[in-house]
Design a protein around this ligand. Structure first.
Ligand code: GLA
Length: 700
């Protein structure tokens, strides 16, 4: 597993920890605060008062109030304003902005400004600047141009975080902290190399262990000492090195964020939560590890092409909810459009509202728009905003105001509730990275493959928890791991215990092939789970044309990938076989299943077509006794259930362009939204309350 702190930064971390109240007590208090937020649904916006004359603030805040907002996020890029020269701090303007926001009824989230270091720092200390893999040092003028490995930068970043926390850490108007903004790009400077070597030393202990785990006898790669190991993200390098590079970026970014979290927590009221905002499916670091010591997950949900694919976007939300297995914040979303893809199409009328309710249905307790008003200059002049350059509302303002109105009406029914996950899916960063490093078939995109399985499972079960491999799975009757490529012995043992205890584990292709140093398991797939399965993969094949499948799951075909399986135990059942194809596949088992203990393990060595996957999902869910809350939901209807705290509610969205009539459970009471006489119009949303007695399902 990835280490959280190391070398140089461990010293910094320990010094900061000495000042902090006991972590457990602090976390408990923060969790209590999270369980009882002041506003059950926070609706608001990123506001940059530093970009506008102070005389304008009152007008802005009055318009936010009119929109029904209750939350603003401030200061995340305002470093040059808060520390105009080295060590000279100016918070007076921010004091006034917070006071004005509070007077207008807003709670405040403060961002630390460390994604945008000031020019004086780049000029005086060019060693803080990021260096890319080709050795080019970043220059000032954009953002994220710092090195995540720079001790000097770490010092500046923790100091501004500490100064802010000293001033606002006990301020009742401030509810939480966002650290940095979308951390991500690594650096390859000399300090990063020193940290890399320290990281490898901590991970492997001796160079002999590293040599063994990476099989460095291959191509004479043997290392005499850690200092010889190059710092590389890609190219023709050892797969062990490349996967460990990801572990290294995880450790370094986690430590970077935690350094600020510690600085804040050392002085702040534990009532204030600490988060960092992340990006959809970002592969830069392991998000489970990043969130282990944060209070809250938050993310930035954008639909770049303006064409929402609700199932794919829902998978994103569920992934984020899985980081802490707790409700999260939508820290940013677009008022209509973005400005960073080739065609920045705006969402259709009604879809911005749909996306807000989708987030809430999947567990967001906040929806914040980015941004309030476009700055008159700066890199993002074309991005969606709520106000135009003239300071008056764009058409989207009214749609977002409706989100705020509906949220206020729905808040009592949703307070203290969380999404109900009826089954679990496992998403593993190690597996994703290892496949991405060696796809073997260009189109074997691990996120697409995960989403292909998520689609039917989610639309039939109407509630999927996306979890790390180490999560407690006991409560889920069905756990699907579409491609658990990297699995450790300890993880395999836990999964085996889950199966023996009565769960059904379904593994997709390429599962159980590698260990966490990206080395092949010496057993055939699924490696440490092969014995449990009573079968093994004989060979895998990348396909340039689909291969036919027949069997008890029905007829269909597999594209991209095919694995032939060999049953070894007598009680292994063959579910599916290949039809005539390349000769190697013909007639061979493609999917097998076996009862073990009180449960079952199934291995599916293919990427089935959509219809087949749907049929298979239906069978798996039927066998697990999982039925939808709203039966026969048409494809455009999204059903999301939130329960807990004695409440149970459904969030319904008609993502389509024609009206629908959802088959609601008896006794459902509309709370807010567009449901009229049982009909949900095109792009309509509704929240309905169910009586807790109708639940029968725990709050997961
Ligand atoms: C990201 C950033 C924001 C803004 C938006 C624009 O999510 O966090 O500062 O640049 O993108 O879409």
């Amino acid at each position: 597993m990835v280490q959280r702190s190391f070398g140089l930064f461990a010293t910094i971390a320990l010094a900061a920890l000495a000042l902090a109240p006991p972590a457990a007590a602090q976390r408990e208090a923060a969790e209590a605060a999270l369980a009882a937020p002041k506003v059950p649904l926070a609706i608001g916006v990123a506001w940059y008062p530093e970009q506008w004359p102070e005389a304008r603030w009152a007008t802005d805040l009055a318009l936010m109030q009119k929109a029904g907002f209750n939350t603003v996020r401030l200061a995340e890029f305002a470093w040059s304003r808060m520390e105009p020269s080295e060590g000279a701090f100016d918070f007076v303007w921010l004091d006034r902005a917070i006071a004005a926001a509070h007077a207008a009824g807003m709670q405040v989230v403060l961002g630390t400004p460390t994604a945008a270091p000031p020019a004086w720092m780049s000029q005086l200390y060019p060693d803080i600047l990021r260096v890319d893999e080709n050795g080019t040092r970043a220059e000032h003028g954009g953002r994220r141009h710092f090195s995540f490995a720079s001790a000097r930068y770490r010092g500046f970043a923790t100091r501004i975080a500490r100064e802010m926390a000293r001033r606002y850490g006990r301020d009742a108007r401030v509810i939480g902290w966002q650290i940095d903004n979308e951390v991500g790009p690594p650096s390859f400077d000399a300090e990063a190399q020193v940290l890399w070597h320290a990281f490898l030393k901590q991970r492997y202990g001796t160079i002999d262990t590293l040599n063994r785990r990476w099989t460095t006898q291959y191509w004479s790669q043997h290392y005499d000492n850690f200092e010889q190991v190059p710092l590389r993200a890609g190219g023709q390098h050892n797969p062990g090195l490349l996967l460990d590079f990801k572990h290294f970026t995880t450790a370094t970014w986690t430590d970077y964020v935690q350094a600020q979290a510690r600085a804040i927590r050392a002085v702040a009221d534990p009532r204030q939560w600490v988060t960092t905002n992340t990006m959809f499916w970002n592969a830069g670091f392991d998000h489970y590890a990043m969130h282990r010591d944060l209070d809250l997950a938050s993310w930035d949900n954008y639909i770049p092409d303006g064409r929402p694919d609700w199932l794919a976007n829902g998978a994103n939300h569920d992934l984020v909810r899985g980081y802490k297995q707790r409700n999260f914040w939508l820290m940013e979303t677009q008022p209509g459009r973005v400005d960073w893809v080739p065609v920045n199409r705006a969402l259709d009328r009604g879809q911005t509202r749909e996306m807000a309710w989708q987030a809430i249905g999947h567990g967001a307790d906040a929806v914040l728009y980015w941004q309030w008003r476009s700055a008159l200059n700066g890199q993002e002049q074309y991005h969606g905003a709520m106000l135009g350059p003239d300071g008056t509302p764009f058409p989207i303002y009214d749609e977002i105001a409706q989100v705020a109105r509906d949220a206020a009406a729905a808040a009592p029914a949703l307070a203290g509730t969380a999404p109900v996950g009826r089954i679990a899916m496992l998403f593993s960063y190690d597996s994703r990275w290892a496949i991405d490093l060696q796809r073997h078939h260009r189109d074997f995109d691990p996120v697409k493959q995960f989403t292909a399985w998520y689609r039917p499972l989610r639309s039939i079960a109407q509630g999927v928890a996306v979890l790390p491999v180490d999560a407690d799975l006991a409560r889920y009757p069905l756990v699907v791991a579409p491609s658990l490529h990297v699995v450790t012995q300890a993880q395999a043992d836990r999964l085996a215990a889950y199966v023996r205890g009565g769960g059904h584990l379904v593994l997709g292709p390429r599962s159980g092939m590698k260990d966490d140093a990206n080395a092949l398991w010496p057993q055939r797939q699924p490696g440490p789970l092969a014995e449990l399965l009573g079968a093994r993969v004989e060979q895998y094949y990348a396909l340039d044309a689909a291969a036919p499948l027949t069997g008890s799951l029905g007829a269909g075909e597999t594209a991209i990938w095919a694995e032939t399986l060999v049953p070894e135990a007598k009680d292994v059942e063959i579910l599916e076989r290949y039809g005539p194809s390349n000769g190697w596949l013909d007639g061979k088992p493609a999917a097998v299943t076996r009862r073990v203990g009180k449960g079952r393990i199934t291995y599916v060595g293919v990427w089935p077509d959509e219809a087949m996957l749907r049929g298979f999902a239906q069978r798996l869910l039927d066998a697990a006794g999982v039925a939808p809350v709203v039966p026969d939901a048409p494809p455009a209807l999204e059903v999301m259930e939130r329960a807990g705290n004695g409440r149970r509610a459904l969030v319904l969205i008609n993502h389509g362009a024609t009206p629908l009539r959802p088959a609601l459970p008896a006794g459902a009471v509309p709370v807010t939204g567009d449901l009229r006489d049982g009909v949900l119009p095109a792009h309509g949303v509704a929240v309905v309350a169910l009586t807790p007695a109708q639940a029968g399902i725990s709050n997961r």
